[in-house]
Write a protein that binds this ligand. Structure first.
Ligand code: ZN
Length: 243
């Protein structure tokens, strides 16, 4: 069986977006809504420290259809899977024999290894049931090069494996793979104009600390954690590039 569709036009018009309620997956959702006739979403509840991530999903999903008239009718079912075992695997108790270090993105090494493989495998199982063959994820190897499961080679290989495992072709689309954060803001503006920028600033969540008491030009967050730092730096670079 062939798997030659990566990066090419989809044969079907249905997509399933891995959607966390963050900036990157929101841009991916807009990207999919601009291209596919029918777009479903999937999120994973694994006891995130900040359930604000899950509430951000609903805020974005309830508003993004208003940005472009054509998008409203394209938004399909939202799936939320509870995966509490992921929290157990990420527990620091499991890492007592391993050195706990900070990765380049500032996450501890206790972060679930290979998490995106798990997410895409569940997503593919849902997509199989729903007759969807394109899976969309916001992985990026530009800003998060420390994560091997965000690399393009990993995800191309995973698409092959899932296609073999389910005897159905799955295409994993990663529209942000080679973009930096400034380019991601630019893509958002290109897809949904000022309204999508405003939606991202106001309703998406990125901060590792779950802080939402301070609103910066780039959105809510503590302003100092690595996730806030990347988001702020990208926003400033994008804004300065426009002037
Ligand atoms: Zn933060």
């Amino acid at each position: 069986m062939a798997h030659q569709k990566h990066g090419a036009e989809p044969m079907t018009t249905h997509a399933l977006v891995l959607f966390s309620g963050g900036q990157d997956s929101t841009v991916c959702l807009a990207w999919a809504l601009a291209r596919f006739d029918h777009v479903e979403t999937v999120g994973f509840d694994y006891g995130q420290r900040h359930r604000i991530e899950l509430s951000a999903r609903y805020e974005v999903l309830s508003r993004i259809g208003a940005i472009e008239p054509a998008w409203v009718g394209r938004i399909g079912r939202d799936h939320v899977l509870a995966l509490p075992e992921l929290a157990a695997i990420s527990d620091t108790a499991l890492t007592r024999d391993a050195e706990i270090v900070m990765t380049q993105a500032g996450l501890p090494s206790t972060f679930v290894p290979g998490r995106n493989v798990i997410f895409f495998t569940y997503a593919a199982a849902i997509a199989y049931r729903r007759g969807i063959d394109t899976l969309v994820g916001g992985m990026c190897e530009t800003d998060y090069s420390g994560y091997p499961d965000c690399r393009n080679a990993t995800l191309v290989s995973l698409g092959e494996s899932l296609s073999l495992a389910m005897d159905r072709r799955f295409d994993i689309a990663t529209p942000l793979m080679v973009l930096d954060k400034a380019a991601t803001w630019a893509l958002a503006e290109q897809l949904g104009g000022a309204a999508l920028i405003e939606l991202i600033v106001e309703h998406t969540h990125t901060c590792y600390l779950g802080e939402r008491s301070t609103r910066h030009p780039w959105g809510y967050g503590c302003g100092t954690c690595p996730a806030c730092g990347l988001r702020a730096k990208g926003y400033e670079k994008w804004r300065s590039g426009k002037n």
